[in-house]
Design a binder for this molecule. Sequence first.
Ligand SMILES: *[C@@H]1O[C@H](CO)[C@@H](O)[C@H](O)[C@H]1NC(C)=O
Ligand SMILES: *[C@@H]1O[C@H](CO)[C@@H](O)[C@H](O)[C@H]1NC(C)=O
Ligand SMILES: *[C@@H]1O[C@H](CO)[C@@H](O)[C@H](O)[C@H]1NC(C)=O
Ligand SMILES: *[C@@H]1O[C@H](CO)[C@@H](O)[C@H](O)[C@H]1NC(C)=O
Ligand SMILES: *[C@@H]1O[C@H](CO)[C@@H](O)[C@H](O)[C@H]1NC(C)=O
Ligand SMILES: *[C@@H]1O[C@H](CO)[C@@H](O)[C@H](O)[C@H]1NC(C)=O
Ligand SMILES: *[C@@H]1O[C@H](CO)[C@@H](O)[C@H](O)[C@H]1NC(C)=O
Ligand SMILES: [Zn+2]
Length: 688
Amino acid sequence: MLGRRLNAALLLAIFCLAAATATGAMPAEHANATIRDDLTTEYAKQIIRQSKVAEMKGMLNTRIAPCDDFYSYACGNWHRQNPAQLFGDIMTDTFQLIVKGFDRRLQRLLQSGSMQSELEQKLQSFYRSCLVADVHDAHYKLALQSIYREYGGFPVIEGASWNASSFSWWRTVADIQHKYGRKIILAVDIMADIKNHTLNRVYLGPPDNKQTISILTSLETKSLANYLMLYFGVDERLARGTATKLIKLQRDLDDGSISQGISLADDLTLYSVAELEQRYAELISIKEYLGLVLGQENVPEHIYIYSERYLNKTLKKLQKTPRDTIGNFVIWQLLETYQIDYKPNELRSWCTEQTKKHFAKLTDHMIYERYRSPAAEAEVRSVWQQIRETFRQQLAGDKLDWIANKTRELVINKLDHMELHINSYDNEDFEGLYGELTMDKQNYVHNLQQVLMAEAKRSLRRQHNPPTSLEATDVLSFTPAYSILANNITIPVALLQPRYFWDADYPQALKYGTLGYLLAHEMIHGFDDEGRSYDANGNLAPWWDDKSRYEFEEKRKCFQAQYHSYKYGGARLPESVQQSENIADNAGVKLAYKAYQRWLEQQPPELLQQEQLAGLELSSRQLFFLSYAQLWCDDVQSLFKTSVATSDDHAPGMYRVIGPLSNFQEFSWVYNCSQQAPMDPEFKCAVY
Ligand SMILES: *[C@@H]1O[C@H](CO)[C@@H](O)[C@H](O)[C@H]1NC(C)=O
Ligand SMILES: *[C@@H]1O[C@H](CO)[C@@H](O)[C@H](O)[C@H]1NC(C)=O
Ligand SMILES: *[C@@H]1O[C@H](CO)[C@@H](O)[C@H](O)[C@H]1NC(C)=O
Ligand SMILES: *[C@@H]1O[C@H](CO)[C@@H](O)[C@H](O)[C@H]1NC(C)=O
Ligand SMILES: *[C@@H]1O[C@H](CO)[C@@H](O)[C@H](O)[C@H]1NC(C)=O
Ligand SMILES: *[C@@H]1O[C@H](CO)[C@@H](O)[C@H](O)[C@H]1NC(C)=O
Ligand SMILES: *[C@@H]1O[C@H](CO)[C@@H](O)[C@H](O)[C@H]1NC(C)=O
Ligand SMILES: [Zn+2]
């Protein structure tokens, strides 16, 4: 997990900050990247290396000493080219550049006429219908109306004629999830039983709310009020009053859904549906609810409740909330997907994003088809093998002897079972999913509705398919992820676009500092505070002996204290029991460095020349650390710093650099730091 994790995404447990904010225009420098892809001459290679040097230097702030603050040295000028903005990207980071690069490829394709199949043409029709969608168009309004009328209407519009007594919030949200897959207030998910992957289970819990970086309440309220006025002609006073209530309700629900520091296993209870039916009888019929979502014939005898606290709190809260407020909330959430929300001059990139969002796997697949290379895939697999081998050797040696021999054998066994998966969706049944869609080039709402319905049907069929872990496709499309339940690492194809973090023409140091680290980070998640409770097949079945577990805990506490001592946006980072991300960052950079060392040692001296970059007076090992640090360059709008720090298990970018490198002795040697240097504290934390 590289990015943010959210409560519902706990099922897969990844999310990245960049996803919430990535929007905006395209910088021109990569605009002709497809053409550059063909450049293979020696001269071209020089140019490619020089442009990398320019890019790296552009981020550096050489007035800061590397040993004082390596993050500010490596990334001190990032914000000049990539400023965060209050009304724009509230946060910028390097993964966003990857996403934007990928989106540009997609946009070029959608704009072009070169579609290769009927499916691709459907995708293009969807995109074109988005380009002509218009809020002021009567057809657009009618299409929206037909959607919410189905659920008893929108109280804020109907006023006194809205029939409150016939409205049941849980029946409505159940119907909506069944038909459109949109999860509101309560979510039903289907996936493998975390304790036994031979069967599927139904999970009931909070929906995956992607907007948990709390945007300023007042801004959010204003924008919702504007939406009600513009789309539905609600008068200003009513719109404001309604928006205030809805945003407040959303905040209250979100608050209950975050169980920070609790692992998935501890937040999950298996109940019989009969027991739940009785227990909550006064507030909701769980049995009927499940029947509406899944179909009567598919209601299982047992389900998992995740975050029981959320369920209790939400049911109580809604009992005290006026019906029309809940009705407005539900319809707003239902219609949110259809909102047309782009900034001036960004229609095309906005429509590209929507296309990607709603056809995530298909767009990944078809864009990747156009730049994939066996050589690049082989390279990724080779680095993965090296990283795994490096860790395996450490486990077999005496360095990690705080883990009992028997447990270390099990660690190695789990490591050997771990697989790397490139998310190219080669075996996906796209025809089955989209084959029957009919796209109308003029009717965006209709098209979107069709897509959502197809996707909802597919996801309900999961109950009868072989058990798998949940997927979060939109998220997976740019951050690598470790799936605890599959014990495998997936790497998104967007990351394999040439010439971003690493490239065959760049020094290998850059590849190890970025790709090597990313893979090592994900690998360590299999052995972090949460992952180590799952066995080689991804079943929840703790296998660590008591003594090793105790030792692990002691080492984890060291990180807990260390990261809590860091200040960000004027406040300390929260003190969190969950240290998985920090453990993965710390071990990840060490393993990647060791793998790089091993590679270096095997090279003939004349090849080492390639490991320097003309224009950057750095040794190859120094380059390794610089490329690692520059992976985390970011800029966060100052108003959001606190919420970024508190709502995320990942440390802010600067501490993903400062933490792991100040814990790593080799870093100080490579940069020749004195013993008094802030980057070389005497006391260092380490698990692996
Ligand atoms: C990209 O290259 C094509 C063909 O050489 C050219 O027509 C086009 O203007 C270029 N686009 C940009 C943005 O430079
Ligand atoms: C409101 O709904 C209830 C229950 O469905 C129904 O009995 C009643 O007639 C409805 N009232 C109006 C005014 O439509
Ligand atoms: C897992 O479930 C299967 C089928 O329901 C059952 O036969 C098996 O005993 C279970 N395994 C464990 C370890 O509980
Ligand atoms: C949730 O509510 C039920 C019934 O009211 C109660 O038995 C249970 O202990 C509550 N659970 C939590 C975690 O609050
Ligand atoms: C663990 O294994 C190593 C060698 O593999 C051996 O030297 C050591 O004595 C073993 N430790 C215990 C406690 O058995
Ligand atoms: C790994 O997990 C993904 C889902 O994230 C799945 O599609 C894939 O088949 C799995 N790969 C292996 C090799 O188990
Ligand atoms: C390392 O730093 C020391 C003083 O802190 C200096 O004397 C020495 O020359 C430096 N070595 C290199 C290789 O820069
Ligand atoms: Zn992670």
